[in-house]
Design a protein around this ligand. Structure first.
Ligand SMILES: *[C@@H]1O[C@H](CO)[C@@H](O)[C@H](O)[C@H]1NC(C)=O
Ligand SMILES: *[C@@H]1O[C@H](CO)[C@@H](O)[C@H](O)[C@H]1NC(C)=O
Ligand SMILES: *[C@@H]1O[C@H](CO)[C@@H](O)[C@H](O)[C@H]1NC(C)=O
Ligand SMILES: *[C@@H]1O[C@H](CO)[C@@H](O)[C@H](O)[C@H]1NC(C)=O
Ligand SMILES: *[C@@H]1O[C@H](CO)[C@@H](O)[C@H](O)[C@H]1NC(C)=O
Ligand SMILES: *[C@@H]1O[C@H](CO)[C@@H](O)[C@H](O)[C@H]1NC(C)=O
Ligand SMILES: *[C@@H]1O[C@H](CO)[C@@H](O)[C@H](O)[C@H]1NC(C)=O
Ligand SMILES: *[C@@H]1O[C@H](CO)[C@@H](O)[C@H](O)[C@H]1NC(C)=O
Ligand SMILES: *[C@@H]1O[C@H](CO)[C@@H](O)[C@H](O)[C@H]1NC(C)=O
Ligand SMILES: *[C@@H]1O[C@H](CO)[C@@H](O)[C@H](O)[C@H]1NC(C)=O
Ligand SMILES: *[C@@H]1O[C@H](CO)[C@@H](O)[C@H](O)[C@H]1NC(C)=O
Length: 817
């Protein structure tokens, strides 16, 4: 309909611009109706009355100037709103375009009261561009507005067409047209809730609905390279929310974010965030939600900005994984801690998606929803763009709403009486039928799409011995080369399974090569289980699989090399440097995280079954990773017969309930973990036959003394005096709970993790306090203690948890005493 009108349109006024700005070509900033140029945010908005050669002012509208206060400061946006060009007839601004691509159009409107010739508040008009209706029959708001549109231009001109309603007139105060940088917007974007479909954005015009900076701070046009305005998010959050702002501009590192530049969003967007507050409730898995007003009946292009700028005040690393939802549909899972946390710190990133057929007047953005302890979820920025619909319109009056209000469409006037009613019914029926068919067809298409993907996955992942995501299948020759033909001098471990060698690949990657001793049936099963488990679960605290080799009946698994070896080797019976209490707690927290992830990270819990200090490995910075998944089992539907015939695990670590009743649950891992916690505290093996009889069994000996309250007698002599007894006491209480005979009395891995994290925080706090005592300089040593966040205003320190704020208060009082 629109295009028909256009074809018969008589364009009365054509305002032609070419290269009016001194800036790069295809950039036009116009100060409409003003005799003077205006400089705003370092840009010159040129007067359109100076362009006499190109504008015929007598027919091209008249200049009007506000009669209101002229006291507005020059050089600000308000300058642009003081004058306007008024059109009584249809008029077109036409811009000559040299380069094709995405263009931004900004229209400035301020309907000021003016006596001559007309009061702008009574203007009624439509604006279109390239045959897209930008808005229709606009009754201007009483305040100033800047409307923003984005269009893909592949023609040689960009035209802006103003059409007054009969008897009325159109106006504009200022306008901007410029080409956007390449790569700012994609050609197409995926649809939410489908995995296969995407929408071609370039076929649509887009209108900016909301552009939000999280962190309760707005970003002004002057702070953005493309002069975009970013509003603060707090007004879009509900009253009772768990969000709090974080500011850390220094953390933003654009060179770490691939090809993301400040064009995508400025540092002021990536350097601030709103974060879920989990400090008062470490298991607070609530969603953070923002509600935005949108026009129903349109598709929306959404962009979510992320940048991990969160520094824990105590230098404790946190799991960062959460989901993004829009109107309760999951858009994507964000995981910034999975493997290489260092690489994601400060690296800006964004996610694009298209929400189809929004039917309500609101669009809800939520983040959260992954089971976690001390959940960290945050978002830095969010953009909502309305997409033009099939009518090539962005105006709400052209919305395509489902059924309901559309029945007035058939032209009843042509047909009379009963036949009309029949016809309407028929039309309605046909419409309904075709609607149903189309819907069903679409649904089927989506389903088949999914099936295809699933099939791919199945052929890719279900078979161990095919190359796939599982990891690289290494030729034996390459492994021999890496390990110097299994040179005995490179053996770094010997276990029931076989030997572990250190190796170096051609690209200098250090690897650990586990080679099974001459194979047994059992060995093959464990080999398969281990590869399956490791390829299924990728986590920062689970040792990662690099590849495997099954050539010549070999069973070889290649892992990342863990420089510091096993936890066991750092506790006793070795020349290694002893671990500090904080290191020990950090290792416990890391390992607990890995196990917590195994227990809860997928729909079916995975039980490790062989948790022990020799299976907790340490990387070069003593970060713990759980290893050895050969005995792991998937939770609920365990193979009962198998379990009842063979109890597996390591002597000394076995859950008594599992031993006696063959009952294997996640709590069996908790028991074993409790044993590890004792080793960590006492710095001795679980069974030490060289000791006097009553001390041979660590658990019996230690628990007896713990019950008597004699913790100081079991503590590793190395730690003596380096850890507060009250902390040891808490640690022992926790350990005791893990070692409860009855599984149900033991904490879950999540509870355990939370308690350990808390202890770690207390320890970090104590260390910080000790450093402060040593002198003010010491408090900034290292990256481990960073209380303040950098940047603006009084938000500093906000990220510090309330729990610890309370402790700080407590301590200050103590210090004053
Ligand atoms: C406005 O800017 C244009 C282009 O830079 C220039 O040609 C013109 O002389 C300026 N007009 C005034 C009044 O400064
Ligand atoms: C505006 O230009 C001046 C001088 O070229 C420069 O110092 C200033 O940083 C610029 N401001 C912005 C916001 O770009
Ligand atoms: C503007 O248009 C009017 C009427 O079409 C014409 O008479 C006049 O010469 C034009 N002026 C200029 C400067 O082109
Ligand atoms: C506006 O258009 C009408 C009819 O199309 C015409 O009669 C009138 O002269 C035009 N006004 C101006 C100022 O060009
Ligand atoms: C607008 O529509 C008309 C008529 O269909 C067509 O001739 C013209 O090329 C279109 N303009 C653009 C910029 O697509
Ligand atoms: C970054 O580069 C990749 C691959 O070169 C490309 O697919 C992607 O669109 C680029 N993203 C941006 C924002 O430039
Ligand atoms: C956001 O900032 C305003 C003022 O700067 C303040 O009143 C408000 O409480 C803040 N909201 C949040 C959620 O921090
Ligand atoms: C920014 O990231 C790059 C690439 O990851 C890294 O080399 C550089 O050290 C980082 N800069 C800072 C200040 O962290
Ligand atoms: C968004 O949230 C608000 C407030 O909770 C609710 O009233 C509205 O129905 C929600 N909108 C959608 C589309 O779910
Ligand atoms: C968060 O929102 C999503 C989508 O509405 C929902 O599925 C999930 O259960 C919510 N999580 C919590 C903890 O409320
Ligand atoms: C990772 O971060 C830690 C501390 O945050 C630092 O000690 C270590 O050097 C970093 N590693 C790399 C590879 O940047």
């Amino acid at each position: 309909m629109i295009s028909l009108k256009f074809s018969t349109l008589l364009v009365l006024t054509v305002l032609c611009f070419s290269r009016v700005s001194s800036a790069s070509s295809d950039t036009f900033f116009i100060n409409c109706g003003s005799p003077e140029n205006a400089t705003v945010n370092n840009r010159t908005f040129v007067s359109d009355s100076n362009l006499g050669r190109e504008i015929n002012v007598s027919t091209g509208g008249v200049s009007v100037t506000t009669t209101e206060s002229n006291s507005l400061p020059p050089g600000t946006e308000s300058t642009l709103f003081q004058t306007a060009r008024v059109f009584s007839n249809e008029s077109t601004y036409r811009f000559t375009i040299n380069q094709h691509g995405w263009f931004l159009i900004r229209l400035y409107f301020q309907p000021f009261a003016s006596s001559s010739p007309r009061d702008l508040t009574s203007a009624r008009f439509s604006v279109s561009s390239q045959n897209f209706t930008l808005f229709r029959h606009n009754k201007p708001s009483t305040t100033s507005v800047v409307k923003e549109y984005t269009l893909k231009i592949s023609a040689t001109t960009l035209s802006l067409h103003f059409r007054p309603e009969t008897g009325s007139f159109a106006f504009v105060n200022a306008l901007e047209v410029f080409k956007l940088p390449e790569n700012l917007l994609p050609e197409e974007a995926g649809l939410i809730s489908t995995t296969t479909k995407s929408l071609k954005l370039s076929a649509h015009a887009m209108e900016t609905v909301s552009r939000i900076n999280m962190g309760n701070l707005s970003v002004s046009r002057g702070q953005d390279k493309l002069w975009r305005q970013w509003d603060a998010d707090s007004t879009y959050m509900g009253v009772a929310h768990f969000g709090f702002p974080v500011v850390n501009l220094k953390a933003v590192n654009f060179s770490a974010g691939g090809n993301i530049t400040e064009d995508i969003a400025p540092v002021y967007v990536y350097g601030t965030a709103t974060r879920l507050n989990s400090d008062l409730d470490p298991t607070n898995n609530a969603n953070l939600t923002w509600t935005f007003k949108v026009d129903p009946g349109f598709d929306y292009f959404l962009r979510f900005h992320f940048c991990n700028i969160i520094v824990d005040p105590f230098g404790i690393e946190r799991e960062i994984s959460f989901n993004i939802y829009v109107n309760s549909e999951r858009v994507e899972s964000i995981d910034m801690s999975a493997e290489v946390a260092n690489d994601t710190f400060g690296a800006p990133s964004f996610v694009d998606a298209v929400m189809r057929k929004v039917n309500k007047g609101s669009l809800n953005l939520s983040i959260g929803g992954v089971q976690n302890v001390y959940p960290v979820s945050f978002i830095n920025g969010f953009e909502i763009m309305k997409l033009s619909n099939d009518k090539k319109s962005l105006d709400a009056s052209d919305a395509v709403l489902p059924k309901g209000k559309k029945s007035s469409k058939p032209s009843i006037g042509l047909i009379a009486g009963v036949s009309a009613a029949l016809c309407v019914a028929l039309v309605f029926g046909v419409v309904l039928l075709s609607f149903c068919i189309r819907r069903r067809r679409r649904r089927r298409q989506i389903q088949t799409g999914d099936e295809e993907i699933k099939q791919q996955n199945e052929t890719g992942e279900s078979l161990i011995f095919s190359s796939s995501k599982i990891g690289y299948r290494y030729p034996l020759a390459l492994i021999k080369e890496a390990t110097d033909d299994f040179n005995e001098s490179l053996v770094i471990g010997v276990g029931g399974f076989g030997k572990v060698y250190k190796g170096v690949l051609r690209d200098k990657t250090e690897i650990a090569v586990k080679r099974a001793a001459p194979k047994s049936r059992q060995g093959l099963a464990e080999f398969k289980t281990e590869i399956e488990m490791l390829s299924q679960f990728r986590h920062r605290h689970l040792v990662s699989l690099i590849g495997y080799c099954d050539e010549n009946s070999e069973m070889i698994i290649v892992y990342e090399y863990m420089e510091k070896g096993t936890l066991k080797d750092h506790l006793y019976d070795s020349e290694n440097q002893r671990l500090s209490w904080r290191q020990r707690l950090e290792i416990c927290v890391g390992a607990a995280r890995g196990l917590h992830y195994l227990h809860t990270g997928s729909t079916r819990a995975v039980i490790h079954r062989d948790v022990k200090s020799a299976n907790i490995l340490l990387d070069e910075s003593f970060m713990a990773k759980v290893a050895d998944f050969g005995l792991s089992k998937t939770g609920p539907d365990l193979d009962q017969t198998h379990v009842s015939t063979a109890v597996k695990g390591s002597f000394g670590y076995l859950d008594p309930e599992y031993l006696t009743r063959q009952q294997l649950t996640e709590k069996s891992d908790v028991y074993s973990f409790g044993v590890v916690m004792l080793e960590v505290l006492c710095g001795r093996p679980v069974i030490d036959p060289s000791l006097p009889r009553e001390r041979v069994n660590l658990i019996e000996w230690a628990m007896k003394l713990v019950k008597k309250g004699k913790m100081e007698e079991i503590i590793d002599p190395f730690l003596d005096g380096k850890v507060k007894l009250e902390e040891v006491k808490k640690y022992c209480e926790l350990t005791e709970k893990c070692l409860a005979q009855d599984g149900v009395e033991r904490p879950t891995m999540g509870d355990l993790l939370w308690n350990l994290e808390f202890m770690l925080q207390v320890q970090a706090k104590d260390e910080k306090a000790a450093m402060v005592d040593d002198g003010p300089e010491a408090s900034v040593v290292g990256s481990t203690v960073q209380f303040s966040v950098n940047g603006m205003g009084d938000i500093e320190g906000v990220s510090m948890s309330k729990v610890f704020a309370r402790m700080v208060v407590g301590e200050e009082t103590r210090e004053r005493d």
